[in-house]
Design a protein around this ligand. Structure first.
Ligand SMILES: [Zn+2]
Ligand SMILES: [Zn+2]
Length: 100
């Protein structure tokens, strides 16, 4: 009776290529491992994604802060303008009162 190939410890080295084309070797009886290089690349890609996400968040926070400052500034300017307008009106009234 022949032993099925999958049940003997076949020690032959087989070389495989993953879907990304990274080659790795294993013993024939060992189950195929996930490609280490792909795993490392996945980790790096994930780190990159995380960093980009954080940068994006920072950019948004800065943009929001910037917008708020701008709105605050616009509000202060409009208040100043209103004060000047009120002052001008008051002066005009005062001037008219003085003429009569
Ligand atoms: Zn084998
Ligand atoms: Zn790979």
């Amino acid at each position: 009776m022949r032993v099925p190939h999958s049940q003997i410890l076949c020690r032959q080295i087989v070389k495989e290529q993953c879907r990304q084309g990274h080659s790795q070797a294993r013993r024939c009886h060992q189950p195929p491992l996930p490609c280490k290089q792909c795993e490392r690349e996945a980790v790096l890609a994930e780190e990159k994604r995380q960093k980009e996400f954080e940068l994006e968040q920072q950019r948004e926070a800065q943009q929001t802060a910037h917008d708020l400052r701008l709105k605050d500034l616009e509000y202060k300017i409009s208040v100043q303008k209103q004060i000047v307008l009120d002052l001008n009106n008051a002066l005009r009234c005062f001037g008219r009162k003085r003429k009569t």
